[in-house]
Design a protein. Structure first.
Length: 255
């Protein structure tokens, strides 16, 4: 697991405060795809429980896994009673039980690619569903986006996480749908986009940036310089495009 993947615990409280949650439309989409009640779920890389709450508050028995102890401690403050928690990376989760749903919220790209889908399959009930969802929170105004990029570039050229399998941004099917389509373990791969627009103050947006791995791995002095430079070019409030891209697939029946 990369240093960027393990960088979030130092800002667990900021992650909880500034990262947006997930809308009920996402839950409805997953359940409609499943075509049956989703009673149990395993969450990969649960962070502070933004997605955990969405499913647990609607009657799903969620087991949330998260490798970072600080993130997991923050999660436990916010999720409903009854949510199971396990401090473990996905690769450390033992397949000693199976779930109707295995999902990851903005976390699947941090898992090891080798054996990813066979591990997933081993954790699913027959006909079980895998869901991966997330997406960048981007400045909606191109002029503001360009000003931020210019302000940031001397210290940080890009804050994006590249596609794990190299799929170009304009491709009709994005990762991990591309890998799921190639896997013989899954079928019925779908990609959906839930449109979402947010508004934040400039300082809240800096708070959001402080939870993004590209900034977290910078030396503290450079990190502070970047935030100062970005804040100087922001208007008082910023509009954000925060669309959620959802990938769904079903465990293929054994022959």
């Amino acid at each position: 697991m990369s240093g960027r993947a393990l960088s979030f615990g130092v800002v667990a409280e900021a992650y909880e405060r500034f990262r947006p949650g997930y809308p009920v439309e996402l839950f409805d989409l997953v359940v409609a795809y499943a075509g049956r009640p989703v009673r149990t779920a395993l969450e990969i890389g649960a962070g502070t429980g933004k997605a955990t709450r969405l499913f647990a508050r609607r009657g799903v028995a969620v087991t949330a896994t998260e490798p970072d102890g600080a993130m997991l401690a923050e999660l436990r403050k916010h999720v409903p009673a009854g949510v199971g928690t396990v401090q473990a990376a996905f690769e450390q989760v033992r397949p000693d039980r199976r779930y109707g749903l295995v999902y990851a919220a903005a976390a699947l790209h941090w898992t090891a690619p080798v054996g990813r889908w066979s591990r997933m399959a081993a954790l699913l009930e027959p006909g079980g569903v895998v869901a991966s969802f997330g997406g960048p929170v981007q400045l909606a105004d191109p002029a503001v986006e360009e000003a931020v990029r210019a302000a940031r570039s001397p210290l940080l050229e890009s804050d994006e996480v590249p596609s794990p399998d190299g799929t170009p941004p304009g491709n009709a099917m994005q990762w991990p749908g591309t890998e799921l389509q190639r896997s013989e373990l899954f079928t019925g791969v779908q990609q959906h986009v839930i449109e979402r627009r947010l508004t934040m103050t400039a300082r809240e947006y800096i708070g959001l940036l402080s939870t993004i791995s590209a900034y977290l791995v910078l030396p503290v002095r450079e990190q502070q310089q970047v935030f100062r430079r970005v804040l100087e070019v922001l208007p008082e409030t910023v509009d954000l495009a925060a669309d959620i891209t959802v990938h769904l697939a079903r465990l293929r029946d054994e022959p």
